[in-house]
Write a protein that binds this ligand. Structure first.
Ligand code: UD1
Length: 430
């Protein structure tokens, strides 16, 4: 397995182009299963999850062309992907793919809506918590699907097709909202989703579905009304910028005491993160295609954060902000309300000298004067990048092992950071 070596302590200066959002691209790609025409997506990021999902869509019978080339397996060399699911030849989403990437389970709603059946592996637990599928399952059952869970699979059929329903989610779920939006777009009658997620990736999905002919109202609110249509058609769409990548590099500027210009993005997507950074002592300048982030003083002020559904502070930015707070003046209380086990980075940050105590869902971070490089282990995607950030600030050498998690979600991370002065390199496994 590859690892990343960082010699820290260098302020970063320069420009970083932000990639398209992985978490938007995945559901947008799945939406292509709703039509026999071609859905073309541009501004796709080059990350491993995209290739994994292409493989899944192809095994359902879709044809995928990257930059016009029929290269379904490689598929990492382009940014424009045309997916045509003329015929659905298999309705099974196998364990081997869904266990690697939970977004694979999003095919359930579209397959049920299009062909009336789906057999989808349960994603299983993952490092950040149990991550159940109950909200997806019960909402699709309310739309007329019969779902049996046996042998690790959700076997779903909708003999008479899906029909509109009034659904209230107990918990705000990004994935369940996406799954149901897609299913309801092709169902008979009107579906109302109450307590729906409002994340910008949901708004991006609604934009594509609308271009495909869907009738959806309520974007950016927690009540979505979807009037089902008989048929959806092909469309073209540009994937929104990655707000988590944007926030991560914003923190890279502040933690190293440098100045980074982030382009091809929108500051408005990470308002809650920028508010905390400003309180911590960062200066933010909004530009026409992104923002410039720098640290104003010598230190970082401790600021408390609590993760919440959008527009609150994103759980996917919790680990990175914790890395920043390890070197704050004073202390910061970081509370995680979305996932029950999302502090896997704490013992690894401690190996670099951080002083963090976890009490249930909260972590008390007492700032230290300096971090010192060490060997650490990446545990999940965002935890991994928090170790990169801490390594950039630490004195001496940090080696981060098991970086395949990073490759799932960050495009050319070492290259982007090295171009701004970071001393960072990938050590390939032999
Ligand atoms: C998506 C993002 C992930 C982000 C998360 C929260 C993608 C590919 N992934 O994940 O990066 O961390 O949103 O912003 O976009 N829940 C249930 N039952 C369900 C579904 C969810 O109880 O059936 C719970 C989860 O355990 C969690 C909460 O709801 O506590 C939110 O999870 P959810 O929004 O569904 O996360 P994902 O869509 O999987």
């Amino acid at each position: 397995m590859d690892s990343i070596r960082i010699r820290g302590g260098k302020p970063l200066y320069g420009k970083i182009e932000i990639s398209g959002a992985k978490n938007a691209a995945l559901p947008l790609m799945v939406a292509s299963l709703l039509t026999d025409e071609t859905v073309t997506l541009s501004n796709l990021p080059h990350v491993a999850d995209i290739s994994t999902l292409i493989n899944l869509l192809c095994q359902h019978g879709a044809d995928a062309k990257m930059n016009g080339q029929n290269d379904a397996n490689g598929c990492t060399g382009g940014r424009t992907l045309a997916i045509t699911a003329r015929n659905i030849t298999s309705t099974e989403a196998p364990y081997d793919i869904v266990r690697k990437m939970r977004a694979g389970a999003l095919v359930m709603g579209p397959l049920l809506a299009r062909v009336g059946k789906a057999r989808v592996s349960l994603p299983g637990g993952c490092a950040i918590g149990t991550r159940p599928m109950n909200l997806h399952v019960s909402a699709l059952e309310q739309m007329g699907a019969e779902i049996n869970i046996t042998g690790g699979y959700m076997d779903a059929v909708a003999k008479n097709g899906l029909r509109g329903a009034e659904i209230r989610f107990d918990t705000v779920s990004v994935g369940a909202t996406e799954n149901l939006l897609m299913a309801a777009s092709l169902a008979k009658g009107t579906t109302v989703l109450e307590n729906a997620a409002k994340e910008p990736e949901i708004t991006d999905l609604i934009k594509l579905l609308r271009q495909m002919g869907a009738d959806i109202e309520g974007d950016e609110t927690d009540r979505l009304v979807i009037r089902g249509v008989d048929k959806l058609h092909g469309a073209q769409h540009r994937v929104m910028p990655d707000r988590i990548e944007t926030g991560t590099y914003a923190i890279a500027a502040v933690i190293t005491g440098g100045r980074l210009e982030l382009t091809n993005t929108e500051a408005g997507l990470i308002r809650s993160v920028l508010d905390i950074l400003i309180e911590a002592g960062a200066e933010i300048v909004i530009t026409t295609d992104g923002l410039i982030v720098s640290r104003t003083g010598p230190g970082v002020r401790g600021v408390d954060i609590m993760t919440m559904p959008y527009p609150g502070y994103p759980t996917d930015m919790q680990a990175q902000m914790m890395a920043l707070m390890t070197i704050c003046d004073g202390a910061a209380m970081i509370t995680e309300t979305i996932f029950e086990n999302r502090f896997m980075h704490v013992p690894e940050l401690a190996r670099l000298g951080a002083n963090i105590t976890v009490h249930g869902h909260s972590a008390l971070v007492r700032g230290v004067n300096r971090l010192v490089g060490a060997q650490v282990m990446a545990t999940d995607l965002r935890a991994s990048v928090s170790l990169v950030l801490a390594g950039l600030a630490a004195e001496g050498e940090t080696v981060i092992n098991r970086v395949y998690h990073l490759d799932r979600g960050y495009e050319r991370l070492e290259e982007k950071l090295a171009a701004c002065g970071a001393d960072i390199e990938r050590i390939m496994a032999v």
